[in-house]
Every structure is written in C-alpha cells, then in structure tokens.
Design a protein around this ligand. Structure first.
Ligand SMILES: *Cc1c(COP(=O)(O)O)cnc(C)c1O
Ligand SMILES: [Zn+2]
Length: 425
C-alpha cells in the first residue's frame, strides 16, 4: 500500500446545494431547507470533472481512510478533523454464514471506527471540517447517543466548543462518553423528536453549526464513504444484498447513492454492478420506515413513544423516511423489525460466531437479516451478503446484564480448579 496524499489544494468538486424536490440551487452555505418548497437540500457535484480525475488506481494509491474518496465528499480543502476515520474492516464471516445458511456473508465493521466506535465518526468528520471551512465557532447536535460521542470528540480535536442535546434517558455509557470530551451536554425531558425540533429553533437563533440540522446536507454525504469502502473491499463490486440499520434513514439512502455514483463514474470492475438489493432494519419498538415498506406507504407515520432497547435507532419521525423507503423498494430490497429478545439473541450470535461485540443497533441489523433470510427475501446463493454493523457493544451493555453466565468462582488453588473441571466433565 502506498500513501500518495490527496492533492491539496485541489479544485473543489462541489458546485453548490440543490433541492431534492424542486431542483432549486443555492450557493454553499450552512442551510438545509429549500426556500421555495421546504424540501431538503443536497450537495451538487461536478461529476464530469470528477470523472476526469478519479480512477480506481488513484483511490487505491491513497491512505487507508475515508478521504481516499475526497472528490466525492463535500469539502473544499483537506479535512481538519477525522483525518484517520474510515476504511474499517470488511470481515468475511464464514462461521456466521454457516449459522445463517447463506453461502457468502461479510460484516462491515464500524464498531471499531476511529475515534468513537460508531459510523457517526464518518458524518461528523465531514460536518465539523465543513463547519471550520464556514468559520463557524460552535458545533452542536441533536443525538440518540453515537452522534453525541462523535461530535463531542471531534469538536475537542478541533478545539471548538460543543453543545450536545440528547433525550434525558439515554444509556449512561453514551452520556459519559460525551461529557468526557468537555462538551456541554443538555438532557431534554422528551423524545429524540422533541430534541430535534428544539435544535432547529436553537440553530436559527444562535448561529451554531448543528451537524445534523443546518449542516445536514454536508454531514449526510459522509455516510457515502461506508458504501464506497464496501464496494472497494469486495474488489470494486457491489454486494448482492446489504442490510442497513435505520434511524433517520440517511445511511441507507446514502449507501444507495454511493453505489450509484461508483457505477456512473465507471469505478466498478467489469460486471461489478450486482444490482444490489438494499434492505432496511429497525427495532420493532420503533419502526416507522420498516412499516412504510411492509405496508407499502410513502408517508411516514411517526412513532410517538419508541420502546426498544435500540436507542441509537429510536427516531420516531425520521427526516429521510421517504427517501429511505424509495431506496429500498427501488432496489428490490425489503425490511425487517426484530423485537428486543431477537435483538439480544443476534448480538450474542455475532459475538459467539465472529468475535464481534456490537451495540443493540447491530443486533437489530443481524436480527432483521435473519428474518429476511427466513422469508426468502435474501436468497442463500445470491452472492455476497453484507451486514452493516455500525456501533460498539461496550456502549450498550445493559440489555445483556443477567443474560450471560456469571463467572465461575473458586479459591486461588489448583485443587479448586480441578474440582471445577471434574464437575463439567
Ligand atoms: C445513527 C445510527 C444509524 C443510522 O442512522 P441514520 O439516521 O439512519 O443515518 C445506524 N447505526 C447506529 C449505531 C447509529 O448510531
Ligand atoms: Zn425546493
């Protein structure tokens, strides 16, 4: 592996912002809503210019992190934070495959993401670097937990103050792993959707850079790197099936976009476009996007009170629900919603077969995968199946407490140990 740096300064590949609904265009700015139709804004790229410079060989010559795809990410200069984020392992999961009865299974493992052990490091690397390009002095976010960790860490690394708003009843480990970075943490007595609404008002009034509110068009593009990496790690081929956890529905949408861009730019190997079926996963206790797929609806029916142990996915009114559902159904994919027992069982199955300890969100993804296989939505011989593992189990230990065997207790003597061995034989 060589390490040719990303050329810098390089001409920006971003032409501005464009409304996903009406196509109105805007100059680059920390804005996220169209003034004409209130549709969400998205980054507009000069794909013709990108196509002239970006090749598989050039990408492969660069350092092993998400910035090897810099031309497809919305910064005008080199990143300031998160320079080592991305290129997490794609693990061939043969023991898990055998248990699932599927020939070829891969785990994309963002539970070991740098620096805060979830895929949110990718989106925050982009958003905080962009906030600095915009000259914004304070960064902030509304979070279900992992985004809080990532924003607080990267703000600290950039030397910027951070204000983090979370639902008051988040897992203690996720609160602690936010406060430790010196961020101001505000617990809001309400659901994530209440927090999010409040953040829109604060963003308008205080001029802060909310990574997932006014910086959202830039932030969301960071998720594409998850998709690019999977294709590159499979030898510049997209998988036959991919199962993606959904909260606001951004990651699943951007994986679809990433595969489409690689195809459009001619970056896939010959025959490398497998027309991936993209499947979505949510917990049964909060499944607004999965229900849109199952009930064949294109309107979100918000969930008022999420009840699942998978708090990082517990967004009752998902901002990208419409686009997530159309990404899934347009690809020929489907959706699944395991209950809390199935989530815990899947967390244990992944740990016991592959040695990967994921948070509850990972249990949701694998639990949904199991259902989709049982229902015949994912065939046993269709080609590579990628299961997206997006967060680390050390952050959500509570659901496992009391469910695993306690350590066997002995005195510090060989006789005691021998007695144990005799009793298990
Ligand atoms: C935020 C999050 C997701 C998905 O987020 P989207 O809002 O759908 O992009 C998936 N897994 C984990 C662990 C997360 O924290
Ligand atoms: Zn518009």
């Amino acid at each position: 592996m060589t390490t040719a740096p990303v050329p810098s300064p390089r001409p920006s590949t971003v032409t501005g912002l464009i409304c996903r609904e009406c196509g109105s265009t805007y100059p680059k700015a920390p804005i996220h809503v169209c003034e004409m139709c209130f549709g969400p804004l998205e980054i507009a790229y000069d794909y013709a210019a990108i196509g002239k410079v970006l090749t598989r060989a050039l990408i492969e010559s660069r350092p092993y992190n998400m910035w090897r795809y810099a031309e497809l990410l919305p910064l005008d200069g080199p990143p300031v934070v998160g320079t080592q984020t991305g290129m997490t392992p794609l693990v061939k999961a043969d023991r898990l495959a055998k248990r699932l009865g599927v020939r070829e299974v891969w785990i994309k493992n963002d539970s070991v993401s740098h620096p805060t052990l979830s895929f949110k490091d990718r989106v925050v690397s982009v958003a905080v670097s962009k906030a600095i390009e915009f000259g914004i002095g304070t960064v902030a976010c509304a979070s279900t937990g992992n985004l809080a960790n990532a924003t607080a860490a990267q703000a600290a690394a950039a030397g910027l103050p951070a204000v983090i708003l979370i639902p008051f009843d988040l897992e203690p480990a996720k609160v602690l792993a936010t406060s430790v970075y010196g961020a101001r943490v505000v617990g809001v007595k309400g659901t994530y959707d209440d927090v999010n609404r409040l953040c829109s008002e604060i963003a308008g009034k205080y001029g802060w850079g909310f990574v997932n509110v006014n910086l959202r068009p830039f932030y969301a593009e960071g998720s594409k790197s998850f998709g690019y990496e999977i294709a590159e790690q499979l030898g510049w081929r997209t998988p036959a099936n991919i199962v993606v956890p959904m909260a606001g529905g951004s990651l699943v949408t951007k994986i679809g976009k990433a595969f489409g861009e690689l195809e459009k730019l001619g970056l896939l190997a010959a025959g490398g476009n497998r027309k991936t079926k993209i499947h979505g996963a949510q917990a049964a206790g909060c499944s607004p996007i999965v229900d849109m797929v199952l009930e064949n609806r294109d309107q979100v029916k918000p969930v008022k009170t999420p009840t699942s142990i998978a708090k990082s996915l517990a967004i009752g009114n998902p901002a990208d629900g419409f686009y997530a559902r159309s990404t899934i159904t347009g690809s020929g994919g489907h959706a699944g919603k395991p209950n809390d027992d199935e989530i815990v069982a899947a967390m244990r199955l992944l740990a016991e077969t592959e040695g990967i300890f994921t948070e509850t969100a990972g249990g949701v993804t694998l639990g949904a995968t199991i259902k989709l296989i049982q229902e015949g939505r994912i065939g046993k011989d269709e080609g590579p199946l990628v299961v997206c593992i997006t967060g680390n189990g050390m952050k959500t230990q509570d659901p496992l407490v009391g469910k695993l065997p306690a350590p066997e207790l002995i005195g510090p003597s060989l006789a005691d140990f021998d007695r144990l061995q005799t009793s298990v034989q």
